[in-house]
Design a protein around this ligand. Structure first.
Ligand code: NAD
Ligand code: IPM
Ligand code: MN
Length: 367
C-alpha cells in the first residue's frame, strides 16, 4: 500500500466546509485504489493570524515541506480586511507559502461539463467546444515587487496639499518568464498544440521582455503554435470566442483576473480547480476565495476543491486512473442533475439543489 502525507490548510470562510469534502473524496479514492492518505492540518490565513499573530506560521511551512502534497481551501474575509499596512493580512500567508514553496506555475483548467452548458451566463453555442488551460505565473510580477505607502505631510495631494502616495512594482526576470513559458509549451504539446501568450506589450516593459522570451522559447517547440494577444483584447475574446484558446500563458495578475472571468464559462467560480506547481512539494487550491457571503451556510460548491484533489492525484501522485475516476464521478453527479445553488438554473427542480456535504457524498457514491 502506497502512503502519502497530505498537509491540509482549511483556512477561512467556506474553507473548512469544502476541504472536508475534498478529504472525503481522498478517503474514498484511497480505499478503492489501495492507497493510504495521512493528513496533518495546519494554520494559514485569518485563522492563523487569530491563533498565532501571523498569516503563515513557521510551523505551517514546516508541515507543508514535510508532506507529499498540500491541499488548500481558501483564506481571507472581512474580519481581517484592513488598509493598515502594519497589520497582517490572510492573503499574505497565501502569497508567502506560494513563494516559499517555489510554486511558480499555477494551472487553472477551464473545462465545460456538458450537463452545465446551461449554467453558464453565456449562450451554449459560445461555450461549445471550450477546453482551455490558464497557465498563470504565480511567484513574480506585481504581487512580489517592492511596495510602500508614504504618509506625506505635503506634496501628494491636489495643489501640493497633504496626501498619501503608494506604489507596487511590476518586475520580471528572464528566467521567471522562461520557465513558465516552457511549462505552457510542454503542456500544450499534450493538448491541442496552441499557446496564447497574453501581455500588455504595447505599454509595459515587462511585457516586452515577456514577449521576447516567449518567442525564444517558442522556437524550441516548432510543433506548437504561438499567438500573442494583448490582455484587454484577451478579456474580450474569452467571452466572444473562448473556443479559440487551448493553453493561455500569462503573468501573475493578468492570470488572476482572466481566470475568474474564464470560470464563468463553466457556470461558476465554484467549479474552477487549480494546481500550483514548482520544483518541490505542490499545492492544490480552488481558484475561488473564502466566499464570506455564504460561509457557514453549508451551501458552497465543493467541486472546485474536489477537482483540485483530482489534480493532486494526477500531478503529485501520478494516480491517473484515480484522477479519471474522480472526474467521471463529478460528471456522473452533474449528469444526474444534482446542483449546488451556484450552478443551479431557473429550470433546476428544487429537490435537485443540494448543499456542500450532500454534493461531496454524491461524488463519493459514484466512485
Ligand atoms: P470569492 O471567490 O471568495 O467569492 C466571489 C463570489 O463567488 C461570491 O459571491 C461567492 O459566494 C462566490 N463563490 C466563490 N466560491 C464559491 C463556491 N465554492 N461555491 C459557491 N459560490 C462561490 O471572492 P471575494 O468575495 O472577492 O473574496 C473573498 C475573500 O477571499 C477575500 O478575503 C479574498 O482576498 C479571498 N480570496 C482568497 C483566495 C484564496 O484563498 N485562494 C482566492 C480569492 C479570494
Ligand atoms: C487567487 C486569489 C489570490 C491571488 C489572492 C487571495 C492573494 O485571488 O488565488 O486567485 O490573487 O492570487
Ligand atoms: Mn483570484
Amino acid at each position: 500500500t502506497a502512503t502519502y502525507k497530505i498537509c491540509l490548510l482549511p483556512g477561512d470562510g467556506i474553507g473548512p466546509e469544502i476541504i472536508a469534502e475534498g478529504v472525503k473524496v481522498l478517503d474514498a479514492v484511497g480505499a478503492k485504489f489501495d492507497t493510504a492518505f495521512e493528513y496533518t492540518e495546519a494554520l494559514l490565513g485569518g485563522i492563523a493570524i487569530d491563533e498565532t499573530g501571523e498569516a503563515l506560521p513557521e510551523e505551517t511551512l514546516r508541515a507543508a515541506n514535510a508532506s507529499d502534497a498540500v491541499l488548500l481551501a481558501a483564506v481571507g474575509g472581512p474580519k481581517w480586511d484592513t488598509t493598515d499596512p502594519e497589520k497582517p493580512r490572510p492573503e499574505q500567508g497565501l502569497l508567502g507559502i506560494r513563494k516559499e514553496l517555489g510554486l511558480y506555475a499555477n494551472l487553472r483548467p477551464v473545462r465545460i461539463f456538458k450537463a452545465l452548458a446551461d449554467a453558464s451566463t453565456l449562450k451554449s453555442e459560445i461555450i461549445d467546444g471550450v477546453d482551455l488551460l490558464i497557465v498563470r505565473e504565480l511567484t513574480g510580477g506585481l504581487y512580489f515587487g517592492a511596495r510602500e505607502r508614504f504618509y506625506d505631510e505635503e506634496g501628494c495631494g491636489v495643489d501640493g496639499a497633504a496626501g498619501q502616495r503608494a506604489y507596487d512594482t511590476l518586475e520580471y526576470r528572464e528566467y521567471e518568464i522562461e520557465r513558465i513559458v516552457h511549462h505552457a509549451f510542454e503542456t500544450a504539446r499534450k493538448r491541442r498544440s496552441r499557446v496564447h501568450s497574453i501581455d500588455k506589450a504595447n505599454v509595459l516593459e515587462t511585457s516586452r521582455l515577456w514577449r521576447e522570451v516567449a518567442h525564444r522559447v517558442a522556437a524550441e517547440y516548432p510543433d506548437v503554435e504561438i499567438a500573442d494577444m494583448l490582455v484587454d483584447n484577451a478579456a474580450m475574446q474569452l467571452i466572444n470566442n473562448p473556443a479559440q484558446f487551448d493553453v493561455v500563458v500569462t503573468e501573475n495578475m493578468f492570470g488572476d483576473i482572466l481566470s475568474d472571468e474564464a470560470s464563468m464559462l463553466t457556470g461558476s467560480l465554484g467549479m474552477l480547480a487549480s494546481a500550483s506547481l514548482g520544483d518541490g512539494v505542490a499545492l492544490y487550491e480552488p481558484s475561488h476565495g473564502s466566499a464570506p457571503d455564504i460561509a457557514g451556510k453549508g451551501i458552497a460548491n465543493p467541486l472546485a476543491q474536489i477537482l483540485s484533489v483530482e489534480m493532486m492525484l494526477r500531478y503529485s501522485f501520478n494516480m491517473q486512473d484515480a484522477a479519471d475516476a474522480v472526474a467521471a464521478a463529478v460528471e456522473a453527479v452533474l449528469d444526474e442533475g444534482w446542483r449546488t445553488g451556484d450552478i443551479a438554473g431557473a429550470e433546476t427542480p428544487a429537490d435537485k439543489i443540494v448543499g456542500t456535504v450532500a454534493m461531496g457524498d454524491l461524488v463519493v457514491s459514484k466512485l
